[in-house]
Design a protein around this ligand. Sequence first.
Ligand code: SF4
Length: 727
Amino acid sequence: MAKVVGGGAKKILYTLNTLKKIGIKKSAKALLSNNTCKACGLGMGGQLGGMTNELGEFPSVCNKSIQAQSSDIQAAIPNEIFKHSVDELRELSPHELEHIGRLNTPLYKAKGAQHFKPVDWDWAIDYGAQKFQAVQPDKSFFYTSGRSSNEAGFLLQLAARAYGTNNINNCSYYCHQATSVGLESTIGTGTATIELEDLKACDLIFVIGANPASNHPRFVHQLKNCKDRGGHVIVINPAKEAGLVRFSVPKSAKSILTGGTKIASLYLQPNIGGDLALFKGIAKALIQTTQINDAFIQAYCEDFDQFKVDIDNTPWQTIIEASGVTKAQIEQCASLYAQSKQVVFAWGMGMTHHTFGSQNVEYIANLAMLRGMLGKRYAGLLPLRGHSNVQGIGTIGVKPVLAQDVFTKIEHCFKIKLKREKGLDTYHALKAAYANTIDCAMIMGGNLYQASPNSPWVAQALDKINFKVFLTTTLNQGHLYGIDSGETLILPVKARDEEPQATTQESMFNYVRMSDGGIQRLDNTRSEVHILAKFAQALMPNSPIDFGAFNTFKNIRSAIADIIPGMAELKNIDVAKAEFHIKGRRLYQPVFKTSSGKARFITCPLPPKNTKQDYPFLLASIRSEGQFNSIIYEEKDSYRHNATRDCLLISPQDIKTLALLEGARVDVISEFGRLNNMRIVAFDITPGNVLAYYPEANVLTGNELDSRSLTPNFKSIKVMVKPTSVT
Ligand code: SF4
């Protein structure tokens, strides 16, 4: 197996390579401009300048940020490309599609046609509006990725609600919705309880079900800083990930020469889906050694007694078997936790992508409550968010349910009456499409086809929608699959740093940044806001809402400031240039927004065992170093030393048990689909568990959801592994 070190010289060379490909001058201009980073939700850039965090620290390199720029800096796709049929375009890999250039002309494909044809902007928007006018609003849905601005997101949801539907959703239903649900039930809020500065003085950080070395690169520097000041990092992840074992800081020669810093003080590798058992084990060890904070629990929490009864009644043997972690390791973890005074719990989609994702998050909150790690500085809860504005998109209302007071404020502000019933979330919008009850869809950004579970099913669901309009910067498989039977419009949009006016974004620390925009690259793209304003005017010519006024983005911010709690400072952000933390989100006093004002211990049983003997392995889908969400920037995964993505990562012990050799080809089969001809790669993972790259592995996922958050089960998929038969 490969030696495990992240960061360092390799990262520098990798970054330089990417910079060279896109041109150093162009890259520097884009990377240093006053725009929010377009990649992860950690949040860099904005008014302090590119790659600067909210504390004014200027990082050395972040290849995720550079990868994101590399797509946007491309030249336009020549129109000749569209002389090729849809089938021919489908022959391109996701990586090739991302790299054929930027879209620079609206495209239309008629029902049953095999080709896209370039069309005029005015025709495209008017035609799109006519199609939506011709259907009942509840037979449509509106979807947004987390890359759009607050301004575009607010306008999209307002237009959709004014049109008559609450079928409005975003990509968080495929990532952190379980976090929102789990935090609401325990502490009464759905986002991080800390800000970046709190990471500067904590003495223990838990990193659970996440691989920040590849997905939130600058967060690893916070882990290293914690270690450097004598603190600890506990990693909980079924797979041993390079950058979480050792990490060398690319800008520090000393760090590189010394082989970097050991990041994980303790690295626990539970079974996929064994986290709840592990959390119960940590709680049991703390309770048995009387190292819980009784005073905090008595004063600020409720429902502890039933939680304790369940822990007392869960035998160690059950915990050890279900978690796959030894009692000694669990006790070591509890002991490190008990020694620490200011503890932050950070987690990623390894926690949320299960049918019990909400419970996983509740048990993380339970652990924090046990030792009073809420309601004070330098300690708390930190969901690691994916897209750079996924949190903001939820804040400003791109979701199927709004708080009643937000509905009332929208109605009051715009003098309209809105339907208040719950709309369809992302998965159920697709399910409705599959049942032939969706006629039109607007899909802004992202790659809904590839991001969804059960790829063959979702292709059929999308294909049953008569008319789809996509807003996007580049082409991806989401624009090519599920489009055979209906009509499709593709509208090319400006990237964040090309917007003609300032836009805003929110980080996972609840920090709102402003992006100046202003870079000019392509001549026939439009701002999402301008497209949506014109579309809404054409769709609802008699609306009491003056959608034309929203061509001035400041007017949208003013409406958000009046309507969305905690956002008052947005109104004048373009004048004051003052970026801000959203009011009421940081939790520095143990007063919770639950009905009782107390944090609530939640008790739930362990998930059922995998009893399907035909499918003895649990598979989790993972992202590579060369990708961000569904976007494939590089085929290779440099940290895991894989040159291609057709790999099944499996333990050496399981390779032996299956009588295979490394490099052998296998088929990976679930109840829902199969991945054929996968290359066996030995990886440090607990036996019985395997990994494959997302989104390709979505052919294996079925339609199981966490019933509370409606997040699909992307990470505990039951599979069998069979040698590929040579025919
Ligand atoms: S850590 Fe995330 S927000 Fe910061 S520069 Fe890298 S990709 Fe951008």
